[in-house]
Write a new protein. Structure first.
Length: 69
């Protein structure tokens, strides 16, 4: 249920907001990987969750680009 709500929120955002969200998610993923490499990360499942969120954001961006054509 939580992911459906997240995807619906993504679909209502503009292209600029989606790009900003994508940059933030990629920064978070980098930080999580860095923490994991230095053994400071407690919740390793968060890496997988952020990777899937990045894919969701990119999917919505692609869908909006195809709909605009």
């Amino acid at each position: 249920m939580k992911t459906k709500k997240y995807v619906e929120d993504l679909k209502t955002k503009s292209a600029a907001e989606l790009a900003q969200e994508l940059v933030a998610a990629k920064k978070e993923l980098f930080n999580l990987r860095f923490q994991n490499a230095t053994n400071q990360l407690d919740n390793t499942a968060r890496i997988k969750e952020v990777r899937k969120n990045i894919a969701r954001i990119q999917t919505v961006i692609t869908q909006k680009e195809k709909a605009a054509q």
